[in-house]
Write a new protein. Structure first.
Length: 342
Protein backbone atom coordinates (compact mmCIF):
# COMPACT_ATOMS: atom_id res chain seq x y z
CA UNK A 1 0.00 0.00 0.00
CA UNK A 2 2.65 2.43 -1.05
CA UNK A 3 2.06 5.30 -3.48
CA UNK A 4 4.02 8.07 -5.07
CA UNK A 5 4.70 9.76 -1.74
CA UNK A 6 6.23 6.59 -0.39
CA UNK A 7 8.62 6.56 -3.30
CA UNK A 8 9.63 10.04 -2.27
CA UNK A 9 10.40 8.62 1.16
CA UNK A 10 12.51 5.72 -0.17
CA UNK A 11 14.59 8.22 -2.01
CA UNK A 12 15.05 10.26 1.15
CA UNK A 13 13.82 13.45 -0.47
CA UNK A 14 17.02 15.36 -1.07
CA UNK A 15 16.24 18.64 0.61
CA UNK A 16 15.43 16.97 3.92
CA UNK A 17 19.10 16.17 4.34
CA UNK A 18 20.13 19.81 4.58
CA UNK A 19 19.68 21.79 7.74
CA UNK A 20 17.75 24.72 6.33
CA UNK A 21 14.94 22.44 5.24
CA UNK A 22 14.63 20.92 8.68
CA UNK A 23 13.45 24.25 10.02
CA UNK A 24 9.75 24.80 10.48
CA UNK A 25 8.21 25.34 7.04
CA UNK A 26 6.65 28.63 6.05
CA UNK A 27 3.42 27.57 4.38
CA UNK A 28 1.73 30.42 2.48
CA UNK A 29 -1.79 31.45 3.46
CA UNK A 30 -4.60 30.70 1.05
CA UNK A 31 -4.96 34.35 0.17
CA UNK A 32 -1.26 35.04 -0.35
CA UNK A 33 -0.50 36.38 -3.79
CA UNK A 34 1.85 33.50 -4.58
CA UNK A 35 -1.02 31.06 -4.33
CA UNK A 36 -2.48 32.50 -7.52
CA UNK A 37 -1.84 30.55 -10.69
CA UNK A 38 -2.26 33.58 -12.93
CA UNK A 39 0.72 33.70 -15.31
CA UNK A 40 1.40 37.40 -14.70
CA UNK A 41 1.62 36.74 -10.96
CA UNK A 42 3.75 33.62 -11.30
CA UNK A 43 6.20 35.55 -13.49
CA UNK A 44 6.91 37.80 -10.48
CA UNK A 45 7.77 35.01 -8.05
CA UNK A 46 11.28 35.47 -6.70
CA UNK A 47 13.73 32.60 -6.41
CA UNK A 48 13.33 32.72 -2.63
CA UNK A 49 9.54 32.38 -2.95
CA UNK A 50 9.95 29.52 -5.43
CA UNK A 51 12.36 27.79 -3.08
CA UNK A 52 9.87 28.09 -0.20
CA UNK A 53 7.06 26.66 -2.31
CA UNK A 54 9.19 23.73 -3.48
CA UNK A 55 10.25 22.94 0.09
CA UNK A 56 6.67 23.21 1.34
CA UNK A 57 5.43 20.90 -1.42
CA UNK A 58 6.36 17.88 0.69
CA UNK A 59 3.73 18.78 3.30
CA UNK A 60 0.10 17.73 3.42
CA UNK A 61 -2.24 19.77 1.26
CA UNK A 62 0.70 21.33 -0.58
CA UNK A 63 2.18 18.58 -2.79
CA UNK A 64 0.38 19.52 -6.00
CA UNK A 65 -1.11 22.87 -5.11
CA UNK A 66 1.45 25.07 -6.85
CA UNK A 67 2.85 22.55 -9.30
CA UNK A 68 1.85 24.39 -12.48
CA UNK A 69 3.05 27.76 -11.19
CA UNK A 70 6.36 26.31 -10.06
CA UNK A 71 7.03 24.42 -13.27
CA UNK A 72 6.26 27.37 -15.55
CA UNK A 73 8.26 29.90 -13.56
CA UNK A 74 11.26 27.61 -13.02
CA UNK A 75 11.28 26.59 -16.68
CA UNK A 76 11.48 30.26 -17.66
CA UNK A 77 14.20 31.02 -15.10
CA UNK A 78 16.21 27.95 -16.10
CA UNK A 79 16.13 29.03 -19.73
CA UNK A 80 17.33 32.52 -18.79
CA UNK A 81 19.91 31.60 -16.16
CA UNK A 82 20.55 27.90 -15.46
CA UNK A 83 22.22 28.28 -12.07
CA UNK A 84 22.71 25.30 -9.74
CA UNK A 85 19.84 26.31 -7.44
CA UNK A 86 17.39 26.98 -10.26
CA UNK A 87 18.39 23.76 -12.00
CA UNK A 88 17.97 21.73 -8.83
CA UNK A 89 14.54 23.20 -8.06
CA UNK A 90 13.38 22.76 -11.64
CA UNK A 91 14.54 19.12 -11.71
CA UNK A 92 12.71 18.47 -8.43
CA UNK A 93 9.46 19.87 -9.81
CA UNK A 94 9.82 17.80 -13.00
CA UNK A 95 10.51 14.71 -10.90
CA UNK A 96 7.20 15.14 -9.08
CA UNK A 97 5.39 14.65 -12.38
CA UNK A 98 7.56 11.61 -13.18
CA UNK A 99 9.20 13.51 -16.04
CA UNK A 100 12.38 11.63 -15.21
CA UNK A 101 14.16 11.96 -18.57
CA UNK A 102 13.96 15.76 -18.54
CA UNK A 103 14.59 16.00 -14.79
CA UNK A 104 17.71 13.81 -15.00
CA UNK A 105 19.02 15.84 -17.93
CA UNK A 106 18.61 19.09 -16.00
CA UNK A 107 20.17 17.61 -12.84
CA UNK A 108 23.12 16.17 -14.79
CA UNK A 109 23.75 19.63 -16.25
CA UNK A 110 23.90 21.03 -12.72
CA UNK A 111 26.42 18.35 -11.67
CA UNK A 112 28.60 18.98 -14.72
CA UNK A 113 29.02 22.60 -13.66
CA UNK A 114 28.86 22.05 -9.89
CA UNK A 115 30.19 18.53 -9.13
CA UNK A 116 29.79 18.95 -5.35
CA UNK A 117 26.16 20.11 -5.32
CA UNK A 118 24.81 17.86 -2.54
CA UNK A 119 21.08 18.28 -3.14
CA UNK A 120 21.39 17.49 -6.85
CA UNK A 121 23.41 14.33 -6.18
CA UNK A 122 20.70 13.23 -3.74
CA UNK A 123 17.96 14.06 -6.22
CA UNK A 124 19.69 12.06 -8.96
CA UNK A 125 20.12 9.13 -6.57
CA UNK A 126 16.40 9.46 -5.84
CA UNK A 127 15.30 9.39 -9.46
CA UNK A 128 17.70 6.69 -10.60
CA UNK A 129 16.72 4.45 -7.68
CA UNK A 130 13.04 4.90 -8.49
CA UNK A 131 13.80 3.76 -12.03
CA UNK A 132 15.67 0.70 -10.78
CA UNK A 133 19.07 2.00 -11.90
CA UNK A 134 20.62 1.18 -8.58
CA UNK A 135 24.32 1.19 -9.47
CA UNK A 136 24.06 4.58 -11.16
CA UNK A 137 22.14 5.89 -8.16
CA UNK A 138 24.83 4.63 -5.79
CA UNK A 139 27.53 6.54 -7.67
CA UNK A 140 25.82 9.78 -6.68
CA UNK A 141 25.78 8.67 -3.05
CA UNK A 142 29.52 8.02 -3.22
CA UNK A 143 29.98 11.51 -4.69
CA UNK A 144 28.62 12.89 -1.41
CA UNK A 145 31.66 11.72 0.54
CA UNK A 146 33.49 14.81 1.70
CA UNK A 147 30.64 17.09 0.63
CA UNK A 148 27.97 15.87 3.05
CA UNK A 149 27.98 14.19 6.46
CA UNK A 150 29.02 10.56 6.76
CA UNK A 151 25.52 9.59 7.91
CA UNK A 152 23.94 11.34 4.92
CA UNK A 153 26.17 9.54 2.42
CA UNK A 154 25.80 6.21 4.23
CA UNK A 155 22.01 6.49 4.44
CA UNK A 156 21.99 7.16 0.71
CA UNK A 157 24.07 4.05 -0.09
CA UNK A 158 22.29 1.71 2.33
CA UNK A 159 18.83 2.78 1.20
CA UNK A 160 19.74 1.79 -2.34
CA UNK A 161 21.40 -1.46 -1.27
CA UNK A 162 18.22 -2.36 0.60
CA UNK A 163 16.51 -2.40 -2.80
CA UNK A 164 19.14 -4.82 -4.15
CA UNK A 165 18.39 -7.86 -2.00
CA UNK A 166 20.36 -6.61 1.01
CA UNK A 167 17.51 -5.30 3.15
CA UNK A 168 18.41 -7.00 6.46
CA UNK A 169 22.11 -6.17 6.16
CA UNK A 170 21.40 -2.57 5.18
CA UNK A 171 18.99 -2.06 8.07
CA UNK A 172 21.44 -3.47 10.62
CA UNK A 173 24.30 -1.39 9.22
CA UNK A 174 22.25 1.81 9.39
CA UNK A 175 21.18 0.97 12.94
CA UNK A 176 24.81 0.48 13.97
CA UNK A 177 26.02 3.68 12.33
CA UNK A 178 23.27 5.86 13.80
CA UNK A 179 23.22 4.40 17.32
CA UNK A 180 23.31 7.11 20.01
CA UNK A 181 23.58 9.86 17.38
CA UNK A 182 21.31 12.73 16.49
CA UNK A 183 20.00 11.94 13.03
CA UNK A 184 17.91 13.77 10.46
CA UNK A 185 14.22 13.23 9.90
CA UNK A 186 15.03 11.52 6.63
CA UNK A 187 17.36 8.96 8.16
CA UNK A 188 14.65 8.17 10.73
CA UNK A 189 12.22 7.65 7.86
CA UNK A 190 14.61 5.37 6.00
CA UNK A 191 15.18 3.29 9.15
CA UNK A 192 11.44 3.06 9.73
CA UNK A 193 10.74 2.10 6.14
CA UNK A 194 13.40 -0.62 6.20
CA UNK A 195 12.00 -2.03 9.44
CA UNK A 196 8.51 -1.96 7.93
CA UNK A 197 9.62 -3.92 4.88
CA UNK A 198 11.21 -6.45 7.26
CA UNK A 199 7.85 -6.70 9.06
CA UNK A 200 9.43 -5.35 12.24
CA UNK A 201 6.36 -3.23 12.87
CA UNK A 202 7.08 -2.20 16.46
CA UNK A 203 10.58 -1.08 15.52
CA UNK A 204 9.30 0.70 12.44
CA UNK A 205 6.95 2.77 14.58
CA UNK A 206 9.61 3.47 17.22
CA UNK A 207 11.84 5.15 14.64
CA UNK A 208 9.21 7.80 13.87
CA UNK A 209 7.06 7.91 17.00
CA UNK A 210 8.64 11.11 18.32
CA UNK A 211 7.81 13.06 15.16
CA UNK A 212 4.82 15.42 15.13
CA UNK A 213 2.70 14.20 12.20
CA UNK A 214 1.06 17.61 11.85
CA UNK A 215 4.45 18.99 10.80
CA UNK A 216 5.69 15.91 8.94
CA UNK A 217 6.03 15.42 5.18
CA UNK A 218 3.35 13.40 3.41
CA UNK A 219 5.77 10.52 2.88
CA UNK A 220 6.15 10.04 6.63
CA UNK A 221 2.40 10.34 7.27
CA UNK A 222 1.75 7.64 4.68
CA UNK A 223 4.43 5.39 6.18
CA UNK A 224 3.01 5.86 9.68
CA UNK A 225 -0.48 4.97 8.41
CA UNK A 226 0.77 1.86 6.62
CA UNK A 227 2.47 0.64 9.79
CA UNK A 228 -0.71 1.24 11.82
CA UNK A 229 -2.84 -0.58 9.23
CA UNK A 230 -0.41 -3.50 9.27
CA UNK A 231 -0.83 -3.60 13.04
CA UNK A 232 -4.60 -3.71 12.54
CA UNK A 233 -5.16 -0.25 14.01
CA UNK A 234 -7.64 1.31 11.56
CA UNK A 235 -9.23 3.45 14.29
CA UNK A 236 -5.87 5.08 15.02
CA UNK A 237 -5.48 5.94 11.34
CA UNK A 238 -9.02 7.33 11.11
CA UNK A 239 -8.71 9.42 14.27
CA UNK A 240 -5.34 10.87 13.33
CA UNK A 241 -5.55 11.43 9.59
CA UNK A 242 -9.11 12.74 9.63
CA UNK A 243 -7.79 15.79 11.51
CA UNK A 244 -5.95 16.81 8.34
CA UNK A 245 -9.25 17.09 6.47
CA UNK A 246 -9.79 20.44 8.20
CA UNK A 247 -7.19 21.91 5.90
CA UNK A 248 -8.60 24.10 3.16
CA UNK A 249 -6.35 22.34 0.67
CA UNK A 250 -7.28 19.03 -0.89
CA UNK A 251 -5.93 15.93 0.83
CA UNK A 252 -3.35 14.00 -1.17
CA UNK A 253 -4.52 10.81 -2.88
CA UNK A 254 -2.20 8.69 -0.74
CA UNK A 255 -3.61 10.12 2.52
CA UNK A 256 -7.20 9.82 1.34
CA UNK A 257 -6.52 6.23 0.30
CA UNK A 258 -5.28 5.31 3.79
CA UNK A 259 -8.41 6.85 5.31
CA UNK A 260 -10.59 4.83 2.93
CA UNK A 261 -8.74 1.60 3.74
CA UNK A 262 -8.97 2.30 7.48
CA UNK A 263 -12.66 3.08 7.21
CA UNK A 264 -13.35 -0.14 5.34
CA UNK A 265 -11.51 -2.17 7.99
CA UNK A 266 -12.99 -0.33 10.96
CA UNK A 267 -15.44 -2.12 13.22
CA UNK A 268 -16.77 1.19 14.58
CA UNK A 269 -17.40 3.18 11.43
CA UNK A 270 -20.48 5.36 11.27
CA UNK A 271 -20.34 6.19 7.56
CA UNK A 272 -18.52 5.51 4.29
CA UNK A 273 -17.43 9.12 3.81
CA UNK A 274 -13.74 8.40 3.13
CA UNK A 275 -14.47 5.53 0.77
CA UNK A 276 -16.92 7.78 -1.08
CA UNK A 277 -14.42 10.62 -1.31
CA UNK A 278 -11.70 8.27 -2.52
CA UNK A 279 -14.04 6.79 -5.12
CA UNK A 280 -14.73 10.30 -6.43
CA UNK A 281 -10.99 10.98 -6.59
CA UNK A 282 -10.37 7.70 -8.40
CA UNK A 283 -13.10 8.51 -10.93
CA UNK A 284 -11.40 11.82 -11.62
CA UNK A 285 -7.97 10.22 -12.02
CA UNK A 286 -9.36 7.60 -14.39
CA UNK A 287 -11.18 10.17 -16.50
CA UNK A 288 -7.88 11.99 -16.90
CA UNK A 289 -5.92 8.73 -17.35
CA UNK A 290 -3.68 10.13 -14.66
CA UNK A 291 -0.73 7.74 -14.70
CA UNK A 292 1.06 9.86 -12.10
CA UNK A 293 -1.25 8.28 -9.49
CA UNK A 294 -1.11 4.72 -10.84
CA UNK A 295 0.21 3.31 -7.55
CA UNK A 296 -2.67 4.76 -5.52
CA UNK A 297 -5.21 3.55 -8.10
CA UNK A 298 -3.84 0.00 -8.06
CA UNK A 299 -3.93 -0.05 -4.26
CA UNK A 300 -7.48 1.28 -4.27
CA UNK A 301 -8.65 -1.62 -6.44
CA UNK A 302 -6.80 -4.11 -4.25
CA UNK A 303 -7.76 -2.83 -0.79
CA UNK A 304 -10.94 -0.75 -1.08
CA UNK A 305 -13.11 -1.53 -4.07
CA UNK A 306 -11.78 -4.85 -5.29
CA UNK A 307 -11.46 -4.98 -9.07
CA UNK A 308 -8.88 -7.47 -10.25
CA UNK A 309 -8.63 -6.24 -13.83
CA UNK A 310 -8.23 -2.59 -12.86
CA UNK A 311 -5.76 -3.45 -10.10
CA UNK A 312 -3.59 -5.28 -12.61
CA UNK A 313 -3.95 -2.51 -15.19
CA UNK A 314 -2.80 0.26 -12.86
CA UNK A 315 -0.11 -1.87 -11.20
CA UNK A 316 1.41 -2.50 -14.63
CA UNK A 317 1.37 1.22 -15.45
CA UNK A 318 3.00 1.94 -12.10
CA UNK A 319 5.70 -0.66 -12.81
CA UNK A 320 6.53 1.11 -16.07
CA UNK A 321 7.33 4.22 -14.02
CA UNK A 322 8.88 2.87 -10.83
CA UNK A 323 10.99 -0.21 -10.14
CA UNK A 324 11.47 -0.36 -6.39
CA UNK A 325 10.65 -3.28 -4.10
CA UNK A 326 7.21 -2.00 -3.13
CA UNK A 327 6.31 -1.42 -6.77
CA UNK A 328 7.30 -5.00 -7.51
CA UNK A 329 5.26 -6.22 -4.54
CA UNK A 330 2.25 -4.26 -5.78
CA UNK A 331 2.56 -5.84 -9.23
CA UNK A 332 2.80 -9.32 -7.70
CA UNK A 333 -0.31 -8.63 -5.59
CA UNK A 334 -2.30 -7.51 -8.59
CA UNK A 335 -1.13 -10.40 -10.77
CA UNK A 336 -1.94 -12.89 -8.02
CA UNK A 337 -5.46 -11.45 -7.78
CA UNK A 338 -5.88 -11.77 -11.53
CA UNK A 339 -4.67 -15.39 -11.51
CA UNK A 340 -7.28 -16.25 -8.89
CA UNK A 341 -9.99 -15.48 -11.48
CA UNK A 342 -8.60 -17.96 -14.01
Amino acid sequence: MHGHYKKMLFAFCAALFVSNVLAKPTIPNDDDIIATSNSSISANLTLEQLNTLVLNSQYIGQTERYQGVLKNRLAALYKQEPTAKIGYLYARVLQKEHQFTRAIKVANTVIEKHPSHVNTHLLLANMLMTQGKFEQAKQHCVSLIGAASVITATTCVLDIQSQQGQLQQSYQSLLDITQNKNISLTTKQVLSEMAFRLNKLTEALEHINSIDLSKAPVSLIVLWADIQLSQNNPEQVLNTLSQFSNLKSQLEDAVLLRLAIAEKRSTHKVSDQWQTRMQQRVNLREQRQDTFHANDLANYYIHVQVDKAKAQYWANINWQQAKMSTDQHLLHQANAMARDTL
